[in-house]
Design a protein around this ligand. Structure first.
Ligand SMILES: NC(=O)c1ccc[n+]([C@@H]2O[C@H](COP(=O)([O-])OP(=O)(O)OC[C@H]3O[C@@H](n4cnc5c(N)ncnc54)[C@H](O)[C@@H]3O)[C@@H](O)[C@H]2O)c1
Length: 304
């Protein structure tokens, strides 16, 4: 089924893991895919440009085998997609690196590197791509009304719940949720959607999990069974014509399960009265968040 025939996609971190599954699936659905990935290690170090170029060759796309974590590189990657394939309709901000360390030890430079790749780069690419998408909407690319623009930000439940030692990663992933909401609002008039997807899938990141307790050990065993192709299926659905009505959402996907996280909103309200702020806290504390990590919160058997 060529549901994405005529569309052009740019997938960051597209050469390995979940990003690779997304590139393969979008290409199989008929899109022209730009694989933007320098093939670095989980910590962002090293690099193998051949990973992006060989995947691009295999799926009939093009490669941008460099880091997208600067405003100039993001502009270049989008411009390359436009010059090679005539436009840009689907942007998947999937690239991420991990530099874990307890908050009292984490180096500021590591925190900043993670924020640059996992959050700032998504903004740089969104900024570059939405400029083109707005022009495409005005020019009614693909027919009237323009309904092709899709942005997917790959976040993590670590950004919603937190996890030990992941100050940088969780901060970036939480930031992506704000970026998603605002992008969905700013681009609504151009009929461009933007959603955040928290995936669960076996990749080298899953293999790198260092369980901190028995529950996390069980979580890891279960996570190793979850295929990346299910994440690609969800992203392909969001990119398809059926995804036109889905925007501004924080979604999750774990094999056959999909989740809507909904809006964080006041769960309990109190008014400070004669009893003072302490008494008001007594009223709202029933709604306090517990201290479960994301690994514990999702420690149920996946439906494969
Ligand atoms: N695997 C999971 O269960 C899981 C869970 C939660 C979130 N995620 C998220 O899913 C996404 C994909 O993760 P994965 O598990 O496939 O990891 P992965 O390490 O296999 O893939 C990440 C890719 O990003 C690329 N990358 C890193 N820095 C880059 C840069 N500066 N420019 C372009 N590309 C860059 C890497 O080369 C790599 O190919 C990430 O955003 C990750 O945070 C994954």
């Amino acid at each position: 089924m060529s549901t994405l025939a005529g569309r052009v996609a740019l997938v960051t971190g597209g050469a390995q893991g979940i990003g690779k599954a997304i590139c393969e699936r979008l290409a199989a659905d008929g899109a022209k895919v730009m694989v933007a990935d320098p093939g670095v290690g989980i910590d962002g170090r090293g690099g193998d440009a051949g990973l992006a170029t060989s995947l691009a060759e295999k799926i009939g796309g093009a490669a941008f085998p460099r880091s997208i974590a600067s405003p100039g590189a993001a502009e270049e990657a989008v411009a390359l997609a436009v010059s090679r394939f005539g436009g840009i309709d689907i942007l998947v901000n999937n690239a991420a690196i991990l530099r874990d360390g307890f908050v009292f030890k984490l180096e500021p430079a590591d925190f900043e590197d993670v924020l640059r790749v996992n959050l700032s780069a998504a903004f740089y690419l969104t900024r570059a791509a939405t400029g083109v998408m707005r022009d495409q909407a005005k020019a009614e690319r693909g027919g009237k009304p323009y309904g092709w623009g899709r942005i997917v930000n790959v976040t993590s439940t670590a950004g919603l719940y937190g996890n030990f030692g992941q100050a940088a990663y969780a901060s970036a992933k939480a930031g992506l949720i704000g970026l998603t909401r605002v992008t969905a609002m700013d681009m609504a008039r151009s009929l461009v959607t933007c959603n955040a997807v928290a995936p669960f899938a076996v990749t080298r990141i899953t293999h790198s999990i260092k369980p901190q307790n028995d529950a996390q050990t069980i979580y890891k065993e279960r996570a190793l069974k979850v295929p990346a192709s299910a994440v690609a299926d969800l992203v392909a659905h969001l990119a398809s014509p059926a995804g036109q009505s889905i925007t501004g959402q924080v979604l999750g996907v774990r094999a056959k399960e999909i989740f809507a996280f909904g809006q964080i909103r006041p769960a309990k309200r109190a008014v400070v009265g004669a009893g003072g702020i302490g008494a008001a806290f007594d009223e709202i504390k029933a709604a306090f968040a517990d201290m479960q990590t994301d690994l514990e919160a999702f420690n149920t058997d996946p439906v494969i």
